[in-house]
Design a protein around this ligand. Sequence first.
Ligand SMILES: *Cc1c(COP(=O)(O)O)cnc(C)c1O
Length: 474
Amino acid sequence: MHLPEKGLSQDEVFKHLDAFRMRDLEWGAGKAFGYVFDPGKDAVEVGKKAYMMFLSESGLDVTVYPSLLKMENDIIAFASEHLNGGAEASGNFTSGGTESIILAVKAARDYCRHTKPEIKEPEMILPVTGHAAFHKAGHYLGVKIVPVGVDSQFRADMKQVKAAVTKNTIMIVGSAPSYALGVIDPIREMATLAKSKDIWFHSDCCMGGFLLPYFKRLGEKVPDFDFSIPGVNSISMDLHKYAYTPKGASVVLYRNKNLRKFQIFACARWNGYSMINTTIQSTKTGGPLAAAWAVLNYVGDAGYLEFAKKKLDAVRRIVKGIESIPDLQLMVKPDMVLIAFGSKTVNVFHIIDEMSLRGWYIQPALAFATSKENIHLSVNLSNVAHVDQFLKDLADSTEAAKQLPSGQLASQLQGLMATPGALSPENLPNLLAMVGVSKEGMPDRMAGINEVMNMLPVEAREALLTEFASMLFR
Ligand SMILES: *Cc1c(COP(=O)(O)O)cnc(C)c1O
């Protein structure tokens, strides 16, 4: 792009922006089981209006924007109560689950530097089902990830967690629920073990923190996962997921202010303003915070309870529907609204392609650890009205997928990959070209690529993904 000599007219600007969106995933159609969290027209409008109202306010310095401080403290007070934090709990509003997680890991690391300075090579125990954001946090912050396995129902295996504790363990993580398989780890056992060994425990409730208390009120059996368990030191809870606030909204919570202190970064070693950052970003818009405050208060408690009821009902129908298709099997009975299912007889990647041709977005999950490749659904309010059509199309797609050949690309590449240097950095662009990926985009059918990714070891998957990103972005 060159900047136009003379600025474009408003009309022209928006014509361009509109055109850019042509091939984007349609978020308003109710046919996406991921990425989209749509609370319905009115609440979307309220969020947008509040976002725009605070777009130009800067979160860099809340002393000159008391409005932002007020809204953040309101949200943290609500979140603390929602998760049984009592009067002592504290926390901050962040841009998303990843930021909440990075901050919690930083707080745990720095708390440990303070309390156990003898630990030079800190370790975090993370079930294999734990979110990738913990790997990112470990990578950024110099905390080694010690992965532990899960039981047959994909919940953290306590025996392995116990065995993984070393004198360098600074943190144990559990998920409520985990993203990919949708089940809740044995948080009470894990946090109790952590407490007995004086280790920080983090409960990752990015998905479940907001919704699970409502499920409990609806009479669902929800195991304890929050501050009601004495060993839980910190919690991440996203608002831009099941609280349906516009994106850029999450909270990180701590049992008390003493723990939270290790999250805050203050700097006076320069000539400029005294810097106090509670989050990773410094200058930041007030938009997401105001939008979150607005949507939470607009939908209200009864509104969210109603949302939860609708989702619960939809999940039951989807589960029943999947169970009635002989070629499909649930990976595990879901604990909330995240459903994972696979097939012993049909290539799941073909099913995803077939669903995509029918207008649906459903997500592939590659084989990893003890889980084989499967299909992930994050069930959403906007999906509720489309469950019958979804199940009909899923049955049709499964039949259609059965007729398609499988494994051709993967077997073509299998020999090639075995040759030395096949996965060397110089060869990765060729490999991408061979599977049909180019700058212009992805092929219509993704099954071939997914099959290839599925057969690669994780290091090779990561190398290819990095190469792919490097190709996409200028
Ligand atoms: C979504 C999610 C995250 C990461 O959150 P982002 O908002 O995407 O950064 C972390 N943990 C779990 C369980 C999640 O579902």
